[in-house]
Design a protein around this ligand. Sequence first.
Ligand code: SF4
Length: 510
Amino acid sequence: MKEWEKTGCVLCAQNCGLEVLVEDGRMVKVKPDKENPRSEGYACRKGLNVIYHQYPADRLTQPLKRVGDRFEPIPWDQAIEEIAEKMRELVGRHGPRCLAYMGASTQGGHFEGAFGLSLLEGMGSHYFYNSAGQEFSGSFWVDGRVLGKQYLHAAANEENAEMYVAWGWNGMESHQIPQAPKVLRGFSKDPERLLVAIDPRRSETAAIADIHLAVRPGTDALLMKAMIATILGEGWENREYIERYVEGFETIRRWFEGFDAREAAQVCELDYDEIHRLCRLMATKRWCLHPDLGIYMGRRSTLNSYLMAILMAICGVFCVRGGNVIPGMLVPLGRHADERDPKNWRTLATNMPAAASGAFPPSVMPEEILSDHPERLHAVYISGCNPLRAYPDTTAYEEAFGRLDLLVVSDIVMSETARLAHYVLPCRSYYEAWDSTFFQHNWPGIFFQLRRPIVEPPGQCLEASQIYTLLADRLGLIPEIPAELYEAATGDRLLFGAKLMTWVASEPQA
Ligand code: SF4
């Protein structure tokens, strides 16, 4: 028996719509889903080869417990009971700061993260470690200061822009927006619109750009400062916008007075006249900016994010149509964790804030485990990520994980990290589970695709969210659910949703 099933790609944050041919319970062929309103029939070669990731070697199929230097299969009941008991005992003995969760890292499914964070909060801990705490901490922090909430992010509204600036972003290869190559080529070919690439390398995006500034690596902040100084020095700033929407402009203006933009251009190894021309375009056109890891993970990453916000604000393109806008969201990606608020924790040994919307940087976890602080980390729950491969200093992680009283890894394969765990729990893959993501970086429309399972899981694999629910239940964290809610669940969906939300609002533990 074979059938085409609608689903989505789980390999990057665009989650392009896919159709998958399932034959005798196995995924065998993939094509783009033309009816998907966000990707509209686009899929890159990664998405078209997603089946490769569905059938990895070393697939986990049953819960495992470390016994000496080997693993033994155990029933789910035993795994849940022993892990819950150990968590309860450790938190009781050392306090909630001894427990950390590392997860919610995936591009293809966010239900795992939603349930993982709920379990962590239910146990009273804030220690959520995630790659965003390293890749995007500067950007989230600046968003918190400039926009008021760390989870608000101004994304390029390219469809209404006259000029598209790709800074440290090679969208032709890395995507980061729906149908990126199509959109970028559209700008490149349109005589009425401009594509600008700022990148040390003649990347695939720079190669089709109308203007390419090959900035010297690591001097992006200096270039931004030179551009701001040029625009202000020429009196090209958008006065009307500034008077209406910007606070503290006069303070900021002084920072750029007397700044030698020509000398800065030399350090950036750029022709000042080209910078000047681009500044004039920025002051006269509706433009939007797409930065990427070249900026976020480059030198002076936090300063880069701050100067970008100033550049957009003085040109009047921040939070306006055709500039950078704050997309709507169904569920925010994280929470506002302002480090000035004492309610928000810091790490104990390294004193790091959770600047990236509540996420701590994974690179400090080994120090937090190896520290002698009385409340140091004793228990870590890792889901769908492999820090031994993904984060800096594998040796430090190996040493630190060896000191834990409890390391639980839930994954689909026996990863390098799983091999060090006390318990390894087998998860369903994205195509075996109900899942979705909360990446709705579109404006003004919001798209949400709930994916249903299209193939059966092997062995005893459970959805990650189901594992958290079983643990929360065993830990006594789930309040009694009223009978009328069960009854409502059998009827109209909207009515059930309304009843569920009313109950959640009235039940502090829910
Ligand atoms: S752009 Fe991203 S989501 Fe779309 S097919 Fe490629 S990897 Fe998958």
